[in-house]
Design a protein around this ligand. Structure first.
Ligand code: ZN
Length: 884
C-alpha cells in the first residue's frame, strides 16, 4: 500500500486482486442460499470469467429470518444492479430497480456497509410532499467509518467532466467506445488510455458492484511525503544536520516534518493538578514519532512562549495577556515571521526554530521546560486567578501559522479555571462578580459572552485557513469559558473535554486517544479533511450539522434554503476520526410531473484527507435510493423509515435551534413537529384517541422525542454554559448509536432471577433488591438497590458462601467497563446506592411515572418533578394527533 503508483489499474490486476478476494468476504457477510440466486451464480458479487453470473450489490442484501419457519429470506433495498454476463460481454445495464421490500430492515447492518444512516430510505420527488414528512430528508454520514474490505486504489479517480462525480458502480459503461455515462448528470466521459484494457472480465475495482465505497491513494504533491514511513529516519537525520551544522534552511526540514503539537499549559492550576498534567504531557510526548514537532506555551496573566532550541539556559518570550495582537505582530515579536526568513542570518534561522522543534531534537529541553513549570498565580484574596486563555490560544495559533506544518497542527489547551483577562475573557476577576449563566446568555445579558465568541470566531477562521485543530482539556470544578471556545473547537474537529481533574482517568484516556498509534510508526491522526457532495439533479443540499465549516462552494445542487453550515456543496474540517458523523440535510427540487426523475437518485460523498502515514487519500461513497412514486409511494416511504436516525436528526436540529431560540420555543417546536408527524403517519379514527396506532417502525419515535425534550440538550437551565457546550459538541459529532444513548439512556437490571435484562427508563425500575446499570453516554451509573447496598456494606459479597451476591455485584462492573471502552469523551463512572446523593445522575433521567403529585405505594420511589410522565405525554399526543 505504501508503494504509491500513479498509473491506472493494470489490466490483469483487477480480477485477480478483487475478483477472487472478495467472494469469500461478501459471502461471509451476507451468506446467500444458492436457491435464491437467479441464474445459478453466487450472489454477493462473485465473478468468474465467462461464466454466466448475475451481480448484485451485496451491500443491498438484507437477510431476515422468518419467525418460526427457520427459513432465510432475502430482500433488496433501494436498488440492485444487474450485470448480465452472456458469455462474451458483460454490459452493465442502467441501474435496474428491484421492488424494494424494506420491512424489518436492519438499518444498522446497512450502516456497517455504507457508513450512512438515512431517516428516510425512500424519498418523495415532490417538495410539498417532502415537507409533510416533518423529519427532513437527510443522511447521517460517518465519512471515515472503518469498513470491512475497503479497497484502497493506488491511482487517481476518474471524475465526470461535467459534475465532477467520481466513477462508480452506477455508471453505465460502453466498452467498445471506451465511454462511461455518469449516473448523476448523464454526461458521456471517455476512459483515458490507462483504462485501455477495460472489459467485462477486467473491471477496475471502482466499477465493481460491491464497492460502493472505495478509497484512492492520491499522488502527493510533496515528493518527500509519499514514502512516509521510510522518511521518518530521514526526517530526523535532516533535522540532526540542521541543528549541528547550522546551515540547512528550515524550509527543507519542514517538508519532511510530521504533525505539530503546541501544548498550552495554564500555570494557575493547583500544585497537584499541575504536577499530574505535566506527567501526562511528558508521557504522551515520549510516545510521539520522532518527526512530530512540539512547542510549549504557558500562561497565567501573561503568555510565555518557551524556546526549546536554546540549550544554554531556559529562555522564554513573554507576551502581555490583556491585549489582542495580530498574528503578524506575534510572529514579528517572536522573530518567526515568514517574510523575514531570507534576510535572517543562519544562526537566527536556527534560533527561530526554537519554538517548534522535532521531538527528536528537543526531547531534553522540552522535558526540562515542562518540569520547570511552576504554579504561578497572582490572585489576590477574593479574586479569581488572572488567566489570559484567549491570548495564549491566539499566540499558539500564530506560532503554528509561522511554520505551516503540512502534516497538520494542533493547539492543545489545558486549563483549570476561568479566562479572566484579555481577549476571550468570560468573567471578571473579582469573585463577587458572578459567572454568566445560560439564562443570561439566552436573554443576551451575559457580559463578555458575545465579545469572547466573536474573538473565537476569528480564531476559528485562522484555524480553518491552515487546517489546524484546537483542543480544550478543561479539568476544573469551575467553568473555564468552554461555551465561548466551542465554535473553533467544533469547526476544526478538535476535542472539548470537561472533567474534574487532570488526575482523572477520563482526562488521561481522552488525551492519549489523540496520540494513538496502532502498531505503526505514525499517529492515527487524520488532518486537512474536505468533504464534497455530488447529487442527482433533483436533490438539493441545504447544509450540514456537525463538526465542519462551510466552504461556500455554491453550485446547482445547493439549495437556497440554508440549514446549519449551508450555502455550499463542500465542507472543511481540520481533522476527522473514524467515528465523526456529520448530518447532511437536503430538499428536493421543484419537480414537474413532465420531468419525471428516474426511479432512483444518487448522492456521492467524497472525503479528501491526509492520512496519518502522510498519504493523501480520497474516500468515495456512492449511495443510491429509490424515489417513492406511484401508487405504492406512501408504503415505500413508511417502510423505509429509520426512527433512530430520525431521532438523531431531530436532536441535531434542536440543538442547532437552541443557539438562536429560547429553550421553551424549541420545546414547543419539537412538540408541534411531533404532533404533525403522528397525525400524518398514525392510523386512527378522527376524534377518537383510543383508536390511535403508529406503524411498527415508528412506535419508538414519540418516546425518543419525549426524552429529548427532557434531556440536557434542551433543559439547559439545569446546567452551566460550559456543560451545555460540552453536551452539544458531543452530540454534534456522534453517530446514531451514540446519539440515541444520549437522547434516551439505556437501563439494565441485574438480579438473582436471571441474566441482566433491559428495563424501562422509569422510576418503577428502581428496586431494593436489584442493581441497575445506567448509561447516558456521559455518565455510566451502577446503582445498588438499598438491600444489595446493605449486604455489600456488611461484606457478604466477600463471603464464599454468598458467591451469588459476589457474581451479581461483579457483572455490572464488567459490563460498565465494556461500555466505556473506546468512547470519547470517556464517560464518568459513578457507583451509588439507592437514596444516596449520587443517585441523582440516574433519577434525573428516569421517567417520573410516580411523582409527588400522583403515586401509589412506596413513597421512596417518588420523583419530585413537575415534568409530565411519558404515559401522560403519549396520551396527550394521541389526543392532539387525532384532531387532524
Ligand atoms: Zn456527471
Amino acid at each position: 500500500m505504501m508503494e504509491v503508483e500513479t498509473s491506472a489499474p493494470p489490466r490483469r490486476a483487477v480480477p485477480m486482486a478483487y475478483g477472487g478476494g472478495y467472494v469469500g468476504s461478501c459471502n461471509g457477510l451476507y451468506p446467500a442460499p444458492p436457491s435464491l440466486v437467479p441464474g445459478g451464480g453466487v450472489a454477493g458479487g462473485f465473478y468468474s470469467g465467462l461464466e454466466r453470473a448475475i451481480f448484485w450489490k451485496s451491500s443491498h442484501f438484507h437477510q431476515q429470518k422468518i419467525r418460526g419457519g427457520g427459513r432465510w429470506e432475502y430482500t433488496f433495498i433501494a436498488v440492485d444492479i444487474h450485470y448480465l454476463c452472456d458469455g462474451t460481454l458483460l454490459l452493465p445495464s442502467s441501474p435496474a430497480i428491484a421492488a424494494a421490500t424494506v420491512s424489518g430492515m436492519d438499518f444498522a447492518e446497512l450502516e456497517a456497509v455504507e457508513g450512512l444512516r438515512w431517516p428516510w430510505n425512500a424519498w418523495t420527488p415532490s417538495r410539498s410532499e417532502a415537507a409533510t414528512l416533518v423529519v427532513p430528508l437527510s443522511v447521517i454520514c460517518t465519512p471515515l467509518m472503518p469498513l470491512a474490505d475497503l479497497p484502497v486504489l493506488p491511482y487517481e479517480p476518474l471524475s465526470c467532466s461535467r459534475c465532477a462525480a467520481v466513477l462508480n458502480p452506477y455508471a453505465r459503461v460502453d466498452y467498445r467506445s471506451a465511454l462511461w455515462i455518469c449516473a448523476f448528470c448523464h454526461s458521456k466521459n471517455s476512459f483515458p488510455r490507462s483504462y485501455a484494457g477495460i472489459a467485462d472480465h477486467n473491471l477496475p475495482a471502482e466499477l465493481f458492484p460491491t464497492h460502493s465505497t472505495v478509497e484512492y491513494l492520491l499522488p502527493n504533491k510533496n515528493p518527500n511525503r509519499n514514502s512516509f514511513p521510510s522518511t521518518s529516519s530521514f526526517a530526523s537525520l535532516s533535522f540532526y544536520t540542521s541543528s549541528s551544522s547550522l546551515s540547512v534552511p528550515p524550509a527543507a526540514a519542514v517538508s519532511v516534518a510530521g504533525p505539530a503539537f503546541v501544548f498550552v499549559v495554564d500555570v494557575c492550576s493547583a500544585e497537584e493538578e499541575l504536577r499530574a498534567l505535566k506527567n501526562e504531557i511528558l508521557h504522551v510526548v515520549a510516545q510521539l514519532p520522532e518527526n512530530a514537532l512540539v512547542g510549549l506555551v504557558s500562561f497565567g496573566s501573561m503568555v510565555w512562549v518557551h524556546d526549546l532550541g536554546y540549550a544554554q539556559c531556559s529562555r522564554v518570550v513573554l507576551f502581555r495577556g490583556d491585549g489582542e495582537l495580530s498574528s503578524a505582530k506575534i510572529q514579528e515579536l517572536l522573530g518567526v515571521s515568514h517574510s523575514q526568513t531570507p534576510k535572517l542570518a543562519s544562526s537566527q534561522a536556527i534560533q527561530k526554530q526554537g519554538y517548534l522543534l522535532p521531538v527528536s531534537d528537543c526531547e531534553f529541553s522540552f522535558s526540562t521546560a515542562i518540569e520547570e513549570l511552576n504554579r504561578f498565580s497572582d490572585a489576590l484574596p477574593g479574586h479569581r486567578a488572572s488567566r489570559a486563555t484567549g491570548a495564549a490560544v491566539s499566540t499558539s495559533v500564530a506560532l503554528l501559522e509561522s511554520y505551516s506544518p503540512n502534516s497538520g497542527g494542533r493547539v492543545m489547551v489545558f486549563t483549570s479555571g476561568l479566562a479572566t483577562t484579555g481577549p476571550g475573557m468570560v468573567a471578571e476577576i473579582e469573585l463577587s462578580r458572578p459567572i454568566r449563566t445560560n439564562r443570561e446568555i439566552v436573554s443576551d445579558s451575559a457580559s463578555f459572552h458575545e465579545k469572547a465568541r466573536n474573538f473565537y470566531q476569528k480564531i476559528a477562521q485562522r484555524l480553518l485557513n491552515r487546517s489546524f485543530v484546537l483542543d480544550l482539556f478543561a479539568c476544573s470544578l469551575d467553568q473555564v469559558g468552554a461555551a465561548e471556545m466551542r465554535f473553533p473547537i467544533e469547526a476544526s474537529g478538535g476535542l472539548l473535554i470537561l472533567t474534574d481533574s487532570f488526575e482523572s482517568d477520563q482526562f488521561k484516556k481522552c488525551l492519549r486517544h489523540i496520540f494513538k498509534r496502532e502498531g505503526t510508526d505514525h499517529l492515527d491522526m487524520i488532518s486537512d479533511a474536505r468533504i464534497e457532495l455530488v447529487t442527482t439533479n433533483e436533490v438539493k443540499i441545504c447544509g450540514a450539522l456537525g463538526p465542519c465549516a462551510s466552504l461556500r462552494t455554491k453550485n446547482n445542487s445547493v439549495s437556497e434554503k440554508e440549514i446549519g453550515h449551508g450555502g455550499t456543496s463542500s465542507w472543511k474540517t481540520c481533522t476527522l476520526t473514524t467515528k465523526t458523523s456529520i448530518a447532511f440535510i437536503f430538499e428536493v427540487g421543484n419537480y414537474q410531473p413532465n420531468t419525471y426523475p428516474g426511479p432512483v437518485f444518487f448522492i456521492q460523498f467524497k472525503t479528501r484527507y491526509l492520512h496519518g502515514d502522510g498519504s493523501n487519500r480520497l474516500r468515495v461513497t456512492t449511495a443510491a435510493r429509490r424515489w417513492a412514486t406511484g401508487s405504492r409511494s406512501s408504503s415505500e416511504i413508511t417502510t423505509g423509515f429509520d426512527q433512530e436516525a430520525a431521532a438523531t436528526i431531530m436532536a441535531r436540529l434542536a440543538v442547532n435551534r437552541i443557539e438562536n431560540y429560547h429553550p421553551r420555543e424549541v420545546i414547543s417546536w419539537l412538540d408541534k413537529m411531533l404532533i404533525r408527524f403522528t397525525a400524518k403517519f398514525g392510523d386512527y379514527v378522527p376524534e377518537d384517541p383510543s383508536t390511535f396506532r403508529l406503524p411498527s417502525g415508528f412506535s419508538l419515535f414519540p418516546q425518543f422525542m419525549y426524552y429529548l425534550r427532557r434531556s440536557q440538550f434542551i433543559d439547559i437551565f439545569s446546567y452551566s454554559p460550559d456543560e451545555v457546550a460540552f453536551f452539544t459538541w458531543t452530540l454534534n459529532k456522534e453517530n446514531v448509536n451514540g446519539s440515541l444513548i444520549m437522547i434516551q439512556p439505556t437501563l439494565f437490571q441485574y438480579s438473582f432471577d436471571g441474566p441482566p435484562v433491559p428495563v424501562l427508563l422509569d422510576i418503577g425500575s428502581v428496586s431494593p433488591d436489584v442493581i441497575l446499570l445506567f448509561d447516558s453516554f456521559f455518565h455510566v451509573v451502577i446503582h445498588y438497590g438499598s438491600k444489595i447496598a446493605q449486604w455489600r456494606k456488611l461484606g457478604y459479597h466477600q463471603d464464599p458462601s454468598h458467591e451469588n451476591l459476589m457474581k451479581l455485584i461483579e457483572a455490572p462492573e464488567i459490563d460498565a467497563g465494556g461500555l466505556i471502552v473506546g468512547r470519547i469523551p470517556v464517560p464518568k463512572l459513578i457507583r451509588c446506592d439507592q437514596h444516596g446523593s449520587q443517585a441523582r445522575f440516574l433519577l434525573a433521567r428516569l421517567n417520573p411515572s410516580a411523582t409527588q403529585k400522583f403515586h401509589a405505594g412506596d413513597p421512596s420511589r417518588v420523583i419530585f418533578t413537575d415534568d409530565v410522565s411519558l404515559q401522560d405525554f403519549l396520551e396527550h399526543l394521541q389526543a392532539l394527533a387525532v384532531q387532524g
